[in-house]
Design a protein around this ligand. Structure first.
Ligand SMILES: *Cc1c(COP(=O)(O)O)cnc(C)c1O
Length: 370
């Protein structure tokens, strides 16, 4: 028998290895500049990323959660306001809303695409609703065209959580080219820094300006504080690293897409439910999430074969102890709860080898045959 191929869920050193010269140079440029916050690198990255997504403005901030929170604050969303959020998402989406004192109104996803179902949004709108906050979960775009139609008709704003969707498109138009979009550059995202980083892209000059002020102590001119702001800056080293990586994003997303296609071909005859991508969507495969009624046994079998997997996410936000005080019925969002019980994320990423993917496919097939 051949030696077992180890497959890590994600290898964060590999993108550095591929771009070692560019990243080393970028970091050295900042070290030698003697300027470490709000300088030339962040301005240049903001211009380059705005151009990449087709938005007029990009404002770099400390992380993805802050990108969401400052976006809400820039719209004066606070106590008394309701924000429509997916019942199936990473908790950061909810935390941003509750941090500004607003109320989360969860809406169930479409069980096939995992994303918030536009048809259910309309029922959740009340006179207090201010914002619809869709998430492009796992790199699968939500139908933001349909969501923006609803928002226009009902005079609401849309803030998109695109932390998992760098480079994704809806009907050919990039995510980021509509209203207000929050990004995370956490190291494991499709475009990742070497630490925490985030940004907001928007065509709304007022929102961009307010976030620029909020991220830096509410100050435009040093020691003049027009509003009570925060410290939420994207630092120069992270901006320089992101500039070095941005030219590779499309190529890295293309490698993910090829792997997704291979999984789809090889695993279509198994009992697993595979991700469904609507015809209008270009997904960027942040995660490759399958569903199985024997998820835990499958996960254990893969681990026995040297393959790491993760669960995104084991418990939906409404069942987390952090939100016990909101007293949601645990069974209030059955689609989100079912998803949490049967999803499994298989390894995927621009630096997984063909041999490693073959090992994952073989191990899934031997499990299914048992
Ligand atoms: C990663 C992530 C965030 C938060 O980003 P951070 O940079 O870790 O603060 C928000 N929403 C979603 C869907 C995410 O995946």
């Amino acid at each position: 028998m051949s030696a077992m191929t180890r497959v890590p869920f994600l290898d964060l050193r590999a993108p550095y290895e591929e771009l070692r010269d560019e990243i080393d140079l970028a970091i050295r440029r900042v070290l030698e500049s003697g300027w470490y916050l709000l300088g030339e690198e962040i301005s240049a990255f903001e211009d380059e990323y705005a151009r990449y997504v087709g938005a007029d403005h990009c404002v770099g901030v400390g992380n993805g959660l802050e990108a969401l929170r400052l976006s809400l604050e820039a719209l004066d969303v606070g106590p008394g306001a309701e924000v429509i959020v997916p019942s199936n998402t990473y908790i950061a989406t909810w935390l941003a809303v509750t941090q500004v004192g607003a109320t989360v109104v969860p809406v169930e996803p479409d069980a096939e695409t995992f994303n918030v179902d536009p048809a259910r949004i309309e029922d959740a709108i009340t006179p207090r609703t201010r914002v619809i906050l869709p998430v492009h979960l796992y790199g699968q775009p939500a139908d933001v065209d349909a969501i923006h139609d609803i928002a226009r008709r009902r005079s609401l704003r849309v803030i998109e959580d695109a932390a998992q969707a760098h480079g994704a498109r809806v009907r050919g138009r990039p995510i980021g080219a509509r209203d207000i979009v929050a990004w995370s550059f956490y190291p494991g995202k499709n475009l990742g820094a070497l630490g925490d980083a985030g940004a907001v892209t928007t065509d709304d000059a007022v929102v961009a300006d307010r976030i620029r002020v909020l991220r830096n102590y509410g100050s435009r001119v040093k020691y003049q504080n027009e509003v009570r702001g925060y410290n939420s800056r994207l630092d120069e080293i992270q901006a320089a690293v992101l500039r070095a990586k941005l030219p590779c994003l499309d190529e890295w997303n293309a490698r993910r897409a090829a792997q997704a296609q291979r999984y789809a071909c090889e695993l279509s005859a198994t009992e697993l439910s595979l991700p469904v991508v609507p015809a209008w969507a270009d997904a960027v495969w942040h995660l490759y999430v399958v569903r199985s009624r024997s998820r835990d046994a499958l996960r254990a079998h893969l681990l026995d074969n040297g393959i790491d997997t993760l669960i995104h996410y084991p418990l939906p936000p409404h069942r987390q102890p952090a939100y016990a005080d909101l007293r949601f019925d645990p069974d209030a969002f059955p689609i989100a709860s079912t998803i949490a019980n049967d999803v499994l994320s298989l390894p995927i990423g621009p630096h997984m080898t063909q041999e490693q993917q073959a090992a994952v496919i073989d191990a899934v097939k031997t499990f299914v045959q048992q």
